[in-house]
Design a protein around this ligand. Structure first.
Ligand code: ZN
Length: 369
């Protein structure tokens, strides 16, 4: 009996080795890929919760030794490291066919107002736009994207499904549909799964923003508030993009460009207010376009019921970050740093978390309409 048992175990181990080891073992020589994302985090584990141990930038080449659950393994600073496989463009070996040389082919744009991007995907910044009827030479094709020759001698990327030369590989179209269906399901249960929210910490670097009581800078209060807001939004399932991730200067134009380069569902700019009279207090939310009034109302009413400061309501204003934004967008003044009572709350982590909760609730209410 014992003997049979060990034989069975032995056969199992043998079978396991034959069937599985060859698939999971590290290839001795990896395949070369190019980074197709402006900045890509390098992590210690194949998961978005893995520790960030470094960053790679667009155009960097990496050698990939194995792939696991959408993550690709390379080495970084001498240790095993993982990057999101989604942003890798194959440049050698058998994967070469994915980036086909199509230098003799042409493509005609079949949709109006088509974005030309710096890389093959909707996550890449828009560098120009084109219109129906324009024809370009194709330099190469990667996935569902054509790299086209522009009149100024540069090249840029257009989505093949917006041209007369669609690719067989319809992965992007499918993932687009999936994103939409995620949104539709999530609309029913009130989370933010599948929604992309751009959070704009209003000031940084050489621009300190307003100066409050005791000489406190608006930027120094906005930074932790933005982190708290992003944390709450992420907990609710949102994909959060920050217009800056530290104390440095970002132009208003760049912030709009960041928002417009994503499939942004809502843009939220965060500020603290000042006024020469110390008695003036409370929070308010601004919108530019009438179509965004509903978003402002929803978020401001969540603020009114969540934070202990007075509500000054939602108001129309002509701010560049709102005016030039394609996404529904609001600018929030989260209290007066010139009012002693407001400022006492504003400085606390509790208040900043409450702001995050209010924005999350307001967005959920807006999207589930
Ligand atoms: Zn401000």
């Amino acid at each position: 009996m014992k003997k049979i048992y060990f034989s069975v175990v032995g056969i199992c181990i043998l079978l396991f080795s034959i069937l599985f080891i060859p698939n999971t073992s590290h290839a001795e020589q990896g395949e070369i890929y190019e980074i197709g994302e402006i900045i890509l985090n390098v992590r210690s584990e194949p998961s978005s919760s893995g520790k960030v141990i470094g960053q790679l930038v667009e155009g960097n080449k990496v050698e990939i030794f194995q792939k696991k659950h959408g993550w690709a393994q390379t080495y970084y600073a001498g240790e095993e490291a993982w990057i999101a496989a989604h942003y890798l463009i194959p440049v050698s070996g058998k994967s070469q066919q994915a980036k086909t040389d199509r230098s003799n082919e042409q493509v005609t744009i079949t949709a109006s107002n088509v974005n030309i991007r710096s890389g093959p995907g909707e996550n890449h910044p828009v560098i120009a736009s084109t219109d129906s009827g324009n024809t370009y030479n194709i330099v190469k094709t990667s996935g569902d994207w054509h790299n086209i020759e522009l009149t100024n001698g540069n090249t840029g990327w257009v989505a093949s499904w917006l041209t007369n030369n669609g690719t067989n590989n319809n992965a992007a179209g499918q993932s687009k549909k999936q994103t939409n269906s995620v949104k539709n399901t999530k609309k029913a249960n009130g989370t933010l799964n599948g929604y992309t929210i751009v959070v704009d910490p209003g000031h940084g670097g050489k621009d300190p923003g307003a100066i409050g009581l005791g000489g406190i800078y608006e930027k120094d209060l906005i930074s932790p508030t933005a982190e708290a807001v992003a944390g709450q939004l992420r907990s609710a399932g949102a994909n959060v993009i920050m217009t800056r991730s530290g104390d440095y200067f970002v132009t208003l134009g760049k912030r709009v460009a960041i928002s417009n380069s994503y499939d942004t569902d809502a843009f939220v700019s965060l500020h603290y207010n000042t006024f020469p009279m110390l008695s003036i207090n409370g929070t308010s939310t601004y919108y530019y376009s009438d179509k965004d009034a509903g978003l402002a109302t929803k978020v401001q009413s969540a603020m009114a019921s969540t934070v202990p400061l007075a509500s000054r309501g939602s108001l129309q204003a002509n701010y560049k970050v709102l005016r030039e934004n394609r996404a529904p967008s609001i600018l929030m003044e989260l209290g007066f740093i010139t009012n002693p009572n407001d400022l006492a709350h504003i400085k606390t982590a509790d208040y900043q978390n409450n702001v995050g909760q209010a924005i999350t609730t307001g967005l959920q209410n807006y999207f589930s309409e």
